[in-house]
Write a protein that binds this ligand. Structure first.
Ligand SMILES: C[S@@+](CC[C@H](N)C(=O)[O-])C[C@H]1O[C@@H](n2cnc3c(N)ncnc32)[C@H](O)[C@@H]1O
Ligand code: SF4
Length: 351
């Protein structure tokens, strides 16, 4: 039977709920901890310098190992996989992994988040391997501001070419993720809307988050989505769009003139932990149940030490059943009491 015809029931006796009643539906997979950018909000250049020790290739999960963990997660209820990083397109032969993941019975959607610099080169093969949609991070169309937001690496034109190739290869929808920081790129946010309105490309603004510890996050650099939305709405009137599914992270708004939509991801000012159904797998095989986690559970030794799929399933079930994370909702309290607790970094856990 072709894999697309295999029916995997959405709720099976083996689908666990966490301590807050949330199922596991999405798995974000960091396939590569390295990156060819140094965005200050993620991998500030002074901390991720030439001598920084990234994982060795033998430390990263192989494609076979990633596919195996994904299969087990699907048995627990996962339907969506997102490849991310670091920069996922730095991982050689990524299209092969996409082909394997899209063939897993029960997987409904495989997506990719990239900074877009290498996308022009890879868009067609990613599409041919089964990728349907793509998210490209692009924080500004102003070359100077772009350079500041990417740590001085990569070229704006390469990213724009990547988006064009994604479009001509048939990847759809294309979403743009823009992290907005007060006084740094917020004055160029409306240019992104203007550029992509009416093209089918959906721009989504992300509040600057306190992921990890190395970005020296400051609350005063966050631009609340409400503020940005008011500015955009004053120029192009907007109306809210119903969420497509429970757990959708972006709040969506349509332009009243029919020129598409814009999204806001507001983890800081409007936390959405209550519906969070995401698990995360780091490039070296550690499972985390929250973007702001301080610890996870490594599967790598079990994977390499002969554990059976049933054993992996029980490990993952126990991890999920014990999950109680709701960092964003408790941010203020947790930041105060955090002491020396180190949160995992975004490039490592995957955004
Ligand atoms: C960690 S990146 C990995 C994928 C790829 N390198 C990219 O930039 O698209 C995934 C997403 O996380 C976002 N991100 C990273 N650090 C962030 C932060 N401190 N606050 C909000 N978003 C952040 C990035 O802008 C990007 O859209
Ligand atoms: S946000 Fe993406 S492109 Fe920027 S440093 Fe982090 S991983 Fe790299």
């Amino acid at each position: 039977m072709p894999s697309s015809e295999v029916v995997v029931p959405l709720s099976t006796p083996s689908s666990p709920r966490d301590t807050l009643g949330r199922p596991v539906r999405d798995l974000r997979i960091s396939v590569m901890d390295r990156c060819n950018f140094r965005c200050p909000y993620c991998m500030p250049r002074e901390k991720f310098h030439e001598r920084y020790e990234f994982l060795g290739s033998h430390e990263r999960l192989s494609f076979d190992e990633i596919v195996r963990v994904s299969r087990v997660f699907v048995k627990l209820g996962v339907r969506k996989l997102r490849l991310t990083g670091g920069e996922p397109l730095l991982r050689a032969n990524l299209a092969d992994l996409i082909g394997d993941l899209t063939a897993i019975p029960g997987v409904e959607d495989v997506a990719l988040t990239t900074n877009g610099v290498l996308l022009a080169r890879h868009a067609a093969e990613l599409k041919a391997a089964g990728l349907k949609r793509i998210t490209v991070s692009l924080d500004s169309l102003d070359p100077q501001v772009f350079a500041r937001m990417s740590g001085g690496f990569g070229g704006l034109q390469d990213v724009l070419d990547g988006i064009e190739h994604a479009r001509s290869s048939g990847l759809e929808p294309i979403k743009i993720n823009a992290v907005i920081e007060k006084g740094i790129n917020d004055h160029t946010a409306l240019d992104l809307v203007e550029r992509f309105r009416g093209t089918g490309v959906i721009v989504r603004f992300i509040e600057y988050m306190d992921v990890g510890n190395r970005n020296d996050w400051r609350a005063d650099l966050v631009v609340p989505s409400r503020e940005l939305m008011a500015r955009i709405g004053a120029r192009w009137p907007l109306k809210p769009v119903e969420r497509e599914y429970r757990g959708e992270v972006a709040e969506r708004y349509e332009f009243l003139d029919g020129q598409g939509e814009v999204g806001f991801i507001s983890s800081v000012t409007q936390p959405f932990c209550g519906d969070c159904s995401r698990a995360r797998l780091s490039s070296d095989g550690v499972v985390y149940t929250c973007l702001f986690a301080t610890r996870g559970t490594s599967l790598r030794d079990a994977l390499r030490g002969g554990a059976s799929d049933d054993q992996l399933l029980e490990t993952l079930r126990a991890i999920w059943a014990g999950r109680a994370d709701r960092y964003s909702e408790r941010r203020a309290q947790l930041r105060e009491s955090a002491g020396d607790q180190r949160k995992v970094e975004m490039f490592y856990i995957g955004g």
